[in-house]
Design a protein around this ligand. Structure first.
Ligand SMILES: Cc1ncc(C[n+]2csc(CCOP(=O)(O)OP(=O)(O)O)c2C)c(N)n1
Ligand SMILES: [Mg+2]
Length: 317
């Protein structure tokens, strides 16, 4: 990677974090209704992984998906506009967070069902394979999906048809308020891919360069027609399951230990050690991104809500 590309990865992570703090503010102010799931702490996975994708590659996301949208290139205004349910949102204000997608960036999106978007990624991969393109499809999902039946059906199909799909499990150790290890059988989550003969691995999801390197290999394999991969990235959400969750079920020592692995300051240190940035450059990046997100928020907040005249559009009947 060029020094510019290295710094761009940093920008993406900071952009995601600042965006999430902005979403929190709007949610608390009552303007982003419903449950809002922030990915604060987990930025390295969307930023690192999606940095190796092409604009025409597909992704599917899940309820903790704002970071993936940003990394894939969604307009911040239209993304926030969607979360505020405005007509100028990526889905005309009709999806909100649960059904967020962004056709402009080949982001097939999320569903309200845990695991519901995983088969959509396999479908996009099958379509690319049938069309004879070399597009790759990446499915991002949480550790809660490891015990959903649909995961096993999709892994089987992806393996037998050698689909150009990468399964990316973001293991943040919890599903809602339950520690995943207490409800998930088996020693290693990656074995769920390996049992189907799919190359599988477990990696540090707090290290954006480790994520990018694993992504390069898995995406390269899919693009060359060598089939699917199954990757588990160990990560941690610093905030609650949703904004109002006070996280009483988490151990404070565990939280401190993971916060020490915060992907953003740790990567800033690496960038400085490599001579790519100094303190002044880091401060400038943060100031620029604060301004960028604030400007996008102003635009989003001034967008009109959908009106009654919109009710009949984009509806199958
Ligand atoms: C099929 C299904 N079961 C339960 C729920 C309720 N639910 C929403 S998010 C969630 C937790 C999912 O955990 P995980 O996949 O680890 O993602 P995380 O929230 O940790 O990012 C649950 C159980 C749901 N939406 N769909
Ligand atoms: Mg989880």
């Amino acid at each position: 990677m060029s020094p510019e590309d290295c710094v761009d990865l940093y920008r993406t992570m900071v952009r995601i974090r600042v965006f999430e703090e902005t979403v929190r503010r709007y949610h608390i102010a009552g303007k982003a209704p419903g449950l809002v799931h922030l990915c604060t702490g987990q930025e390295a996975v969307p930023a690192g992984f999606i940095s190796v994708l092409r604009p025409d590659d597909y992704i599917t996301i899940y309820h903790r998906g704002h970071g993936h949208c940003i990394a894939k290139g969604s307009s911040l205004e239209a993304l926030l506009g969607e979360l505020l349910h405005r007509r100028g949102g990526v889905n005309l204000g009709r999806a909100g967070e649960p059904h967020l997608c962004d056709p402009a960036t080949n982001n097939i999106g999320s569903t309200g069902i845990v695991g519901g978007s995983v088969p959509l990624a396999a479908g996009a991969a099958l379509a690319a394979q049938l069309r004879g393109t070399d597009q790759v499809s990446v499915s991002f999902f949480g550790d809660g999906v490891l015990n959903q039946g649909v995961m096993f059906e999709v892994l089987n199909m992806a393996a037998i048809w050698s689909l150009p799909v990468v399964f990316v499990c973001e293991d943040n150790r919890y599903g809602e308020f339950t520690e995943s290890a207490t409800v998930t059988a088996g020693e290693r989550y990656q074995d769920r891919g390996a049992v189907f003969g799919i190359p599988s691995d477990t990696l540090d999801g707090m290290d954006v360069l480790a994520v990018r390197e694993a992504a390069e290999q898995a995406v390269g394999r899919a693009r060359r027609g060598e089939g699917p991969s199954f990757l588990v990235f160990e990560t941690y959400r610093f905030t609650g399951h949703h904004v109002s969750d006070q996280q009483e079920y988490k151990d404070s020592e565990e939280m401190r230990a993971w916060e020490a692995r915060d992907p953003i300051p740790n990567y800033a240190r690496w960038l400085a050690d490599e001579g790519h940035v100094d303190d002044v450059a880091i401060a400038r990046i943060h100031a620029e991104i604060d301004d960028e997100v604030e400007a996008a928020a102003k635009v989003a907040d001034s967008m009109p809500h959908p009106g009654p005249e919109d009710l009949g559009t984009h509806v199958f009947a």
